[in-house]
Ligand binder design. Structure first.
Ligand code: ADP
Ligand code: MG
Length: 687
């Protein structure tokens, strides 16, 4: 037998059981070793019956002095009641629907029993206690800290313990990679000791060390993967772009002065662009901090030399808006621009915007004619090539999915493009250090305009008051966003809820024009709605989180968010970023449906802070990395999740990984480790 031995070859596991194990993705001995308990109970203290305390977990040694059975559920099964006795007293115990116990619990026999003592009208009782014979063999279910596993019908923790424990010895054959010196320095167990301890803890403090050891192992491999990726990128060459006098002229012509942060960030970007190595930089800056112009100036440097830029936005609306912004900024510079999305194929050349046939635009982009191409992620899939692609810009990269660079690089001709991602959702430091350690960071801290937004969590009884306030404000010329949550499980329900809200709002505000906007609308229709709203023709826009990113409507200073509890903090912050964009006084009302404590804490944070960094750190703390990153999109393996927020461990793992790569950059001397690193790369599907 070895780690790969299928479980059905193990004594005590028949076909029926191995099928059930397979449903838990457990096929081999190795799988079982990594099937970690979900919780533990401490039954290590052996007590006399008269020492037992209510609600305490303990083990006793007692004799069955009386036994009764009663039918349960109309005789389909039964309740077993036992009276237990030791030299200090008696205690009752009950089991439900376990008829086979009748054959084991014979009157007069002595057993160990363990459980939590509860008080009932019959006195102290144990409900469904664990039990074991008093023979000298090693105890699996009591007299120690015992593990509980994720159960399935017909697969109890009790049973899992009996099959897992004898297999733990196989953990000695598991490869372990964390350098021994790290184990020593932090007095940690070896990997195999840690695995055994996790299943069969000797104490809670050792258990904690074991968990740390395993987290470190995983983080070490993760860091090796990320650092290797970084090194291999650094080995590539990329075209060189430097600052030119046309750029100075362009900046001098802008309707505003760049902020100091924008200038600093441009320096960082241009240092990369001129380095001859591919840039891999993420630009973080709160909503409205002016990231777009930074990206456009960088694009200009590339386009002036006749190379191509792919400028990707997360939604069509945003791609369209960016194209419009670029048109305005580039009025005097004669650069061929294009917008290519599912619904748009527009070009801008020699001061002229025109609509063109999609396939001819695709062809011309593929011939290298258009230098800055705006679009969504569909640029990755469209039937186009970018023969001279040298810069990729990914806007609002806060869903850290897919490897855009890899996909787009394939479209170029042997050029490794520079890559600049931008996000208004700051990546918390812990995640930046762990997941994104191969990225360079740039930060815009100060925004050109200070936002003035008052945020208020509103109780249902104050709705009317809020509506009156809004009515007054709209009469004064302002506009309202009304944001409904997307109902993820069902698009149909989402549409229904928007439609319902839309009708309701039309009833409440009959004097104002109301429009609706949602993701699935046709491109033209969407554009019309946005244009009307941007021109202040419509006063109220009922919408969803589609407006989360980008949309820039100067006079919209009012917002209502329905069911804010369904949004993450970082997302709420983004949504709220749609109002007060020219520094005017803005108001954001949150209408939660329910306010449990956790929600209250979250909404309190958003009410009190407009600091995106603070909010995203809080979001991570409250929701954990899985939800923060959107675990479904990120495809990140579960076993890494808890470790990802442990700052100290990440630092240790990273240092160890760096040290090893310094000695052996391609891990030639460690083929098994290299294989493990490659396997993790596959598991992290987002990479
Ligand atoms: P974001 O970082 O959220 O993408 P944008 O790039 O859309 O922000 O910028 C928000 C607004 O601020 C835009 O209208 C933009 O033209 C304007 N802006 C950018 N930089 C400055 C600046 N230095 N001074 C004044 N306004 C600026
Ligand atoms: Mg933006």
């Amino acid at each position: 037998m070895n780690l790969e031995t299928p479980l059905n070859q193990i004594r005590g596991i028949n076909t029926k059981i191995s099928k059930k194990l397979a449903e838990l993705s457990l096929f081999t001995i190795k799988d079982i070793l990594f099937f970690f308990p979900s919780s533990y109970t401490d039954y290590s203290s052996l007590k006399k019956i008269n020492q037992l305390k209510i609600n305490e977990n303990s083990t006793i040694k007692a004799k069955i002095v009386d036994l009764k059975t009663k039918p349960l559920f109309k005789k389909r099964s039964l309740i077993i009641q036992a009276l237990l006795k030791d030299e200090t007293g008696t205690l009752r115990a009950v089991w439900f629907a376990k008829p086979y116990l009748e054959k084991i619990f014979l009157k007069g026999r002595e057993f160990f029993f363990a459980g939590k003592v509860t008080a009932s009208k019959y006195g102290l009782s144990l409900i469904e206690p664990e039990f074991e014979t008093i023979e000298k063999e090693e105890k699996k279910h009591l007299l120690r800290i015992i593990p509980h596993y994720r159960e399935k019908k017909g697969l109890t923790s009790r049973f899992l313990r009996t099959i897992i424990f004898p297999l733990l010895k196989f953990s000695d054959f598991l490869p372990s990679f964390l350098p021994r010196e790290i184990e020593k320095r932090y007095s940690l167990p070896t990997f195999s000791q840690a695995i055994k301890e996790i299943h069969w803890p000797s104490s809670f403090s050792f258990l904690k060390k074991a968990q740390t050891r395993i987290d470190l192992e995983n983080l070490f491999i993760l860091e090796l993967f990320l650092l290797k990726r970084k090194i291999s990128l650094k080995e590539k060459t990329a075209p060189i772009f430097s600052w030119q006098k046309e750029i100075d002229e362009f900046i001098a012509d802008l309707p505003f002065k760049l902020t100091n942060d924008q200038k600093k960030v441009l320096q960082e970007i241009f240092a990369d662009l001129a380095s001859g190595k591919p840039m891999n930089r993420i630009l973080q800056g709160d909503v409205g901090s002016g990231k777009t112009i930074v990206a456009l100036i960088s694009s200009l440097a590339v386009a002036l030399k006749g190379y191509q830029v792919a400028f990707m936005a997360p939604t069509e609306i945003l791609a369209w808006q960016q194209f419009q912004a670029a048109k305005n900024f580039f009025k005097k510079v004669d650069l061929p621009l294009a917008l290519l999305t599912a619904n748009y194929s527009l070009i801008f050349w020699q001061g002229q915007e025109s609509e063109v046939k999609k396939n001819s635009l695709q062809k011309e982009i593929s011939q290298g004619k258009f230098l800055i191409v705006f679009g969504t992620h569909s640029l990755l899939q469209e039937k186009i090539n970018f023969p001279r692609l040298s810069l990729i810009i990914i806007d609002e990269q806060h869903r850290f999915g897919v490897n855009q660079r890899a996909l787009l690089t394939k479209k170029g001709e042997k050029i490794t493009p520079h890559c600049l991602s931008m996000t208004a959702t700051p990546i918390p430091r812990t995640l930046a250090l762990s997941l994104y350690s191969d990225l360079d960071f740039s930060l815009i801290k100060e925004s050109p305009q200070k936002r003035k937004i008052v945020t208020k969590v509103t109780s249902p009884k104050n709705r009317e008051k809020v509506y009156e306030f809004i009515r007054k404000k709209i009469k004064e010329g302002e506009q309202l966003f009304l944001v409904c949550p997307l109902i993820e499980e069902s698009e149909k329900l989402s549409l229904e809820s928007i439609e319902k809200k839309y009708q309701e709002i039309k009833r409440i505000f009959p004097e104002f024009s109301v429009a609706k906007l949602y993701g699935k609308m046709k491109g033209e229709e969407k554009q019309k709605v946005i244009e009307d709203f941007a021109k202040n023709k419509t006063k109220i826009l009922v919408t969803t989180s589609v407006i989360e990113v980008g949309i820039d409507v100067p006079a919209a200073n009012l917002m209502i968010i329905e069911n804010p509890e369904r949004f993450g903090l970082a997302q709420l912050h983004q949504i709220r970023g749609r109002i007060g964009r020219r520094g005017q006084q803005a108001f954001c009302f949150l209408f939660p449906e329910k306010l449990p404590a956790k929600t209250r804490a979250r909404l309190k944070a958003i009410q009190e802070s407009t600091d995106g960094f603070f909010l995203s750190q809080k979001d991570l703390e409250i929701r954990g990395p899985g939800e923060f990153l959107g675990i479904k999109q990120s495809g990140f393996p579960d076993y890494l999740m808890s470790a990802l927020t442990n700052f100290t461990l990440i630092k240790i793992a990273k240092e160890a990984a760096l040290n090893l790569l310094k000695k052996d950059p391609s891990l030639d001397r460690f083929p098994l480790l290299r294989e493990r690193v490659e396997k993790m790369a596959e598991e992290i599907s987002f990479s």
